[in-house]
Unconditional design. Structure first.
Length: 651
């Protein structure tokens, strides 16, 4: 969901996290207060491949629609497969739930101490990787929120708190994760405010060797909250809750929150220090997102630094030799090179030739092919879980979708289990709402709306939408006609064509419109399709954080992008519901885990009851990694698979 715009999907987003058929399957990352304006990179797809995929999908859809018995059998098979996957997910959920139960008040169940391996690796070499079909258009952590950008950004820009492959928080640039127990978090006696103290690790440095100090942390807060800083992809709410950042010494910063803020760990995970000495040179009113520093930062704090940024070709990173203060050693690798690839076919071909060492965002339907390719290339194919999902975003500013009956009918008309079987991996699970079942914050009582085309027709009949002589429903002279939009990734095009067939069967006239990821996820300032609300129904993915508060920017009414707020926020659906606002306000205002979980349960119930969006299914990350890559540890969070790049080595 901001879904860090990360629920950037995250929809991020996701979603975060993101998959591909013959081309990149784009995901927006949810923005807890971490990332910012979504300026996504191109995921170019040839018209020929998209048309072919669409045609094949249409044929498959027609067959499925006509052969009810066959569809039912396919659904049963998909259900059985999903049930098996759910059993595995349930085990993971139990672990995650146990971790979450203790809360963020200093619990070791949600916080761990990570120790990177700085002794057994081999120094030197380079790792070349790709996110099939996609690439970032810039690397400023506050102006880019799509998954692929965040993957690269987290190599260049350090952040205060990380999320490990165990889906736990750990201290990254700071000495320890602040909690109630260790005194890092202090709630005022009246319960109305909160201080969060962070201490940078000793001898903190930028990549140019200059000191990284608490003054930089204070400057970052001032920069993000500057009234002239427009188009931020992130939810700026937590930043604006801070009334001051005190700096008692060079390594200590005290964040003075004017109210208790429950998901503060998400906030710290998205706190990327900016060097005051560099960014203070650029006038915010002149739109820093267009500065060369946003594509090729000269001063940064991650394990790698940017040597070159060649749009639609490559991003070359080299080791930051002033990073040992963070983990006691610098990265093993000399270089990490991100390669732009046209699509999944191009990416896997590059793996086969040895031009890539790792590629992810591979198509769900290519498991067998990817497994064979990996074996032939002396590599491994695997599937990583993600806090991500695919869904339909109704634009509630469109009069057609103000009726719940219409929204629910459109969702019930889709056989999501069949879509999973046709387009996704067996590990994919159909969702009732946008919350991955591995999260302890999900409302586990909710079940997906069943595939029920007859019920969908009755809903529309009851709402006064009658079928005309042309087979299309109409009401008051208005036809039930609209456009489903998404990126041009072939898997999206193909999936959309099947969905259109399901909708046609209940009397709906829908067409598909594909956009480049740059257009689709672009920020307000760049006239982004989602941000500006220039769509009817959108289909994309979002990724979220371990704590789903990152979806605040996707659902709270204050996060609807408008001229008044200069396009800030990621509530692309234009959802405005007092119950949702109240639930999200509550979970934000307490560090009591039981209260936060109940608030989320109420939030998801409201989304579910009103069908404000059409949740489709979870998302996973299919990847191939060369056997010469060591210490590779897939990460389900928005910190992504190279979260531990400092300890990765090749040989």
């Amino acid at each position: 969901m901001s879904f860090k715009r990360n629920l950037h999907l995250v929809v991020i987003g996701v979603i975060m996290a993101a998959l591909v058929a013959a081309c990149g399957d784009n995901t927006a990352t949810t923005a807890p207060a971490t990332t910012a304006a979504a300026t996504t990179a191109a995921a170019a797809t040839t018209a020929a491949s998209a048309t072919t995929a669409a045609a094949a999908a249409t044929t498959a859809a027609a067959t499925a629609a006509a052969a009810t018995t066959a569809a039912a059998g396919a659904t049963t098979a998909a259900t059985a497969t999903t049930a098996a996957a759910s059993a595995t997910t349930a085990a993971a959920s139990a672990t995650t739930a146990a971790a979450a139960t203790a809360g963020v008040g200093g619990s070791s169940d949600v916080i761990e101490t990570v120790k990177m391996d700085g002794t057994s690796g081999k120094k030197g070499g380079q790792l070349v990787y790709a996110f099939a079909g996609q690439g970032p258009s810039q690397l400023n952590p506050y102006y880019a929120g799509e998954t692929v950008a965040v993957n690269v950004i987290r190599q260049v820009h350090g952040y205060l708190v990380g999320q490990s492959n165990n889906a736990k928080y750990y201290p990254y640039l700071i000495t320890e994760v602040p909690t109630l127990d260790n005194g890092g978090v202090k709630v005022a006696a009246d319960g109305k405010s909160m201080d969060v103290t962070v201490k940078l690790k000793p001898n903190a440095k930028w990549n140019d060797g200059t000191a990284l100090t608490s003054a930089d942390l204070k400057y970052t807060w001032q920069w993000v909250t500057d009234k002239d800083n427009t188009g931020l992809y992130a939810d700026t709410t937590p930043w604006l809750m801070i009334t001051d950042v005190q700096t008692p010494d060079a390594s200590t910063a005290v964040l003075k929150f004017k109210q208790v803020y429950g998901p503060y760990l998400n906030f710290l995970n998205g706190f990327f220090p900016l060097p005051q000495a560099v960014w203070s040179k650029y006038a915010i009113k002149d739109d820093p997102s267009k500065s060369p520093e946003s594509t090729k930062p000269t001063v940064s704090s991650g394990p790698f630094k940017v040597d070159e940024f060649v749009a639609d070709d490559r991003i070359t990173l080299s080791r930051n030799d002033n990073f040992s203060w963070a983990w006691g050693f610098n990265a093993y690798l000399d270089k990490m090179i991100f390669r732009f690839t046209k699509d999944a076919n191009a990416a896997t071909a590059a793996i086969q030739k040895g031009d890539l060492d790792e590629v992810e965002n591979l198509d769900d339907n290519s498991i067998n092919a990817s497994t064979k390719i990996a074996a032939a290339a002396n590599a491994k194919f695997d599937i990583a879980q993600q806090f991500a999902w695919e869904y339909l975003q109704f634009n509630l500013s469109n009069p057609l979708f103000k009726e719940k009956a219409v929204r629910q009918a459109l969702l019930q008309a889709i056989d999501r289990e069949a879509l999973v079987k046709q387009f996704r991996t067996p590990k994919t699970v159909v969702l009732p709402v946008n919350c991955n079942p591995i999260s302890a914050f999900c409302n586990q009582a909710l079940k997906p709306y069943a595939f029920d085309p007859d019920g969908a027709k009755k809903l529309l009949d009851g709402a006064g939408w009658t079928v005309g002589s042309d087979g299309i429903r109409a009401k008051g002279g208005q036809k039930l006609s609209f456009t489903l939009s998404s990126t041009t990734a072939p898997v999206r095009v193909a999936t959309a064509e099947v969905i259109l067939t399901y909708w046609k069967a209940i009397g709906v006239d829908a067409k598909f419109q594909g956009y480049s990821s740059t257009q689709y996820f672009g920020p307000w300032a760049n006239d982004g399709i989602l941000s500006r609300g220039k769509y009817d129904i959108g289909m994309f993915a979002q990724t979220a954080d371990v704590d789903p508060d990152s979806g605040y920017g996707n659902y709270h009414s204050t996060q609807i992008p408008t001229d008044a707020n200069k396009g800030n926020g990621a509530n692309y659906g234009r959802i405005s519901d007092p119950k949702i606002d109240a639930a999200l306000d509550l979970e934000k205002s307490t560090v009591d885990l039981a209260k936060r979980k109940q608030a989320f349960a109420d939030f998801y119930q409201t989304i579910y009851d009103n069908v404000y969006e059409g949740a489709l299914y979870t998302r996973v990350n299919n990847y191939i990694v060369s056997n010469k890559v060591h210490n590779f540890k897939a990460n389900p969070t928005t910190d992504a698979n190279f979260w531990n790049s400092v300890e990765i080595w090749v040989g």
